[in-house]
Every structure is written in C-alpha cells, then in structure tokens.
Design a protein around this ligand. Structure first.
Ligand SMILES: [Zn+2]
Length: 277
C-alpha cells in the first residue's frame, strides 16, 4: 500500500498509484460510494448495465470524470468477456467504437493517444494499468483467472513492443484492488490450468485443502508474467487491497452475488495529458 494513496474528491474516494502519477500518468481505482446507483444505495456502479439503469451509470461516470478534473476526456471501455483479446487504438477515429454503450469485446486496451481515459471494470478480478515512461503509451487490463492463465499480460506487452516500440524495461505497472490470496479459493480444475502454463505455480497457491481446493494469488501470477517479460520488479506496484476483506470500500462479486442484489463494478483508469519525449 506504500505506493498508493486514497484521495477524496467531492463524494468520491479514489485510490491512486503515486509513482505512476509522479511520471505524469493520471491513474485511479474507484471505490464503491459517491454515486447514484441503488446497489444498495449511493453506489458508484461504473458498469453492469444488465442490472442498473443506463442513466445511473452515465451519471456515475460523469461524477468520476468530474472528480478527476477531466470532464471532457473520452472514457474508452470494453465489453469484457474474460478473454485474452487485446485492442490497440492509434487514432481518435479508432477510439469511437469504445465510447459506445456496447463497445467491442475484449479484456485489454492499449493506446498512444493523449487526453483519453482507458478504463477497465471489475468486481474481484484484477485491474492492471500500464504506463510507458519513454513513449507515454498507456494500457488497461482486466485479469481474472481465465485472462491470467491465457496470458493476457504477455499478449498486451508483446503488442506494445511490436506495434508501439515499447521496451518492457520502461514500463510502470499498477495492480489495483482485487480478490486477494486470503479469499480467492479455487477448485482443482483451475489449479490444473495454471499448472499447465506456469512452472512456478506452487508459489501462487496457499491453504491447500484435502479436496484439492486452494487459494490462488492472482496479483502475484500477473506480476510473474511481467517479470518474465523483462519488466523491473521494482516498477510493479501492488496495492494489496482485497475486495472481499474490504467489501465496505469495494464491490465484490463473490461476496455479494449471494445477497440477491446486483453487484456494482469498480473502474481502473489511466490517461495522459501530453507527452514530451
Ligand atoms: Zn481477502
């Protein structure tokens, strides 16, 4: 948590990665209150159209941009599908579909544009923000266990290298609030999938049970992917906040879905004003 700070703005409380901000990158992870959604009340639901009014989500997103002091910046989102599909946006025209209520499907977005916000919606899955110190390129990733095991981090960093001339050594990474290793119990079938792809799987698991279930460390699994790609370990920042343990602050799908009420979505965002190489 050392490298993160909670910042109050109007009725919103936003978690900011300080080293990323110090390099000129606007970034934030939202918390659950300060909005108008009845989930259960005054909730800042920034996604989940199927269970909340479009007008509520629009107002919540407006409040968020207002709180960031960026009311006019377009907010680029994805229709997240737990895939490893990555989108790259090079022009303002190319950004247009991502402003829509029904944006293209995918789980990671990368752009060289300034004055736009790339946004990922989560409620337990890991939101990851990436900033390139040298070129100013930004990216946002939705990494649940499926995306993680499919190597979504490896996919997007590879694309940044090939198409945007990014070097992994220049990247700064912020991993936001997600279900932690304290609470993320998974079954043997999930563990088997990780075992197929990661030789270091044992360090990701704890609390082994006789039926084969264990707790999985999703942030560490993604950190290992970044490390393997050549990102400096000291440039990867984890907030270490668990959405289940801190359900007073964050939405948690796993915890709240049983309460028979809709679960809101948090947002992780990144953007940049201008860039001088
Ligand atoms: Zn926890």
């Amino acid at each position: 948590m050392d490298h993160f700070i909670f910042r109050q703005s109007a009725d919103l409380e936003l978690l900011v990665c300080k080293p990323m901000e110090a390099q000129g990158f606007i970034n934030a992870f939202t918390t659950r209150y300060g909005g108008v959604s009845p989930l259960p009340a005054a909730a800042l639901n920034l996604g989940n159209y199927s269970q909340d009014d479009y007008a509520n989500i629009t107002e919540n997103r407006r409040r968020l941009k207002e709180a960031l002091g960026l009311p006019d910046w377009p907010l680029l989102t994805l229709r997240q599908i737990h895939s490893a599909d990555v989108h790259s946006i090079f022009t303002i025209d190319g950004a247009a579909p991502f402003l829509d209520r029904n944006p293209p499907p995918g789980d990671a977005i990368v752009s060289c544009l300034t004055r736009v916000l790339l946004a990922i919606q989560t409620a337990d899955c890991l939101p990851i923000l990436i900033a390139d110190r040298r070129t100013g390129v930004t990216a946002a990733i939705h990494a649940g266990w499926r995306g993680t095991v499919a190597g979504i981090v490896t996919r997007i960093v590879g694309l940044m290298q090939q198409r945007l001339g990014v070097s992994p050594a220049d990247l700064i990474v912020a991993q936001g609030p997600a279900i932690g290793p304290c609470c993320f119990e998974v079954g043997p079938e999930v563990i088997a999938r990780f075992r197929e792809l990661h030789d270091q799987v044992d360090c990701l698991l704890s609390g082994h049970q006789v039926d084969g279930r264990a707790n999985l460390d999703l942030p560490l699994a993604n950190r290992l992917q970044f490390r393997q790609l050549g990102v400096d370990d000291s440039s990867i920042y984890d907030c270490n906040l668990c959405t289940v343990c801190q359900n007073d602050k964050f939405f948690s799908y796993r915890l709240e879905k049983g309460a028979e009420r809709p679960v809101g979505r948090l947002m992780g965002l990144i953007g940049r004003n201008q860039f001088d190489e």
